[in-house]
Design a protein around this ligand. Structure first.
Ligand code: C5P
Length: 242
């Protein structure tokens, strides 16, 4: 029983903890999101190689942002060093069009290439926080502006709240991928996530992939462990046939 839309966030401080989750979940989910915490602790090549060797595909959430030449170099290094193990890679849309296009160009030289996903507005930022950095717009307008920039620059999609999926699909079309964290099964606590949707609601809103962390990596005791939690979510979404 598998649903490849489901990506599990491995927000663990050590590699053995991450690998234990990969071993438990790899036949149930589409891939594993690793980010700055684990990569800073262990190193990107080590993390990617270990997860790939354990049979998991990697969503590398590095949120790249720098001058175009430097980001292009990082994208080239990731694409060419990891032989297709990195399925998705994130970068900040507000690095600007030149940076995004440089990343897309660098990624063309790689086969199979990772999907490039833009981070629009961090969910930790609200309108006053945007104003602090000189953005006078509401959050949703800024999200849509950056999603359109990402699409015009050749990115494959964006990471966004489930509440923004419908507006992004309306603005950018159905083929532009939207990956959503902020997803909570009905049986899980929302923890520090606000404005959540259930997995089924997020998919109904148009999400292409769901990132779920703690409800699967640290489920409530009565669920019976991470694999049982993942099976429940797959059951709620519908397993893929074949
Ligand atoms: O445990 P939980 O399901 O909240 O984990 C969600 C994951 O998605 C975490 O790795 C979190 O950092 C990430 N994320 C998020 N909201 C965003 C972008 C990323 O929750 N806007």
């Amino acid at each position: 029983m598998l649903n490849s839309k489901l990506l599990v966030a491995l927000d663990t401080p050590t590699l053995p903890e991450a690998l234990a989750l990969v071993a438990e979940l790899r036949g149930l989910v589409g891939g594993f999101k690793v980010g700055l915490e684990l990569c800073s602790a262990v190193g990107v090549p080590t993390v990617v190689a270990a997860i790939a060797a354990a049979g998991g595909s990697v969503f590398l959430d590095l949120k790249l942002k720098d001058i175009p030449n430097t980001v292009a170099g990082a994208v080239r290094a990731i694409g060419s060093n990891f032989g297709g193990s990195v399925r998705m890679l994130t970068l900040h849309c507000d690095g600007g069009g030149a940076m995004l296009r440089a990343a897309v160009d660098a990624n063309q030289s790689v086969s199979p290439r990772p999907l490039l996903l833009g981070v629009t507005v961090l969910t930790s930022m609200d309108a006053p926080a945007l104003a602090e950095v000189g953005v006078a717009d509401e959050v949703e307008s800024q999200v849509l502006r950056l999603a359109r920039l990402a699409q015009a620059s050749g990115l494959d999609g964006v990471v966004a709240s489930p509440h923004e999926v419908a507006a992004i699909k309306a603005a950018c079309g159905p083929g532009f991928l939207v990956v959503t964290p902020g997803v909570r099964p009905p049986w899980a606590s929302s923890a520090d996530q606000r404005r959540v949707m259930t997995p089924a609601e997020a998919v109904a809103a148009g999400a292409d992939y769901l990132v779920i962390g703690r409800p699967i990596t640290a489920p409530p005791a009565e669920i019976g462990g991470s694999a049982a939690a993942a099976r429940r979510v797959v059951g709620e979404l519908g397993a893929e046939s074949g």
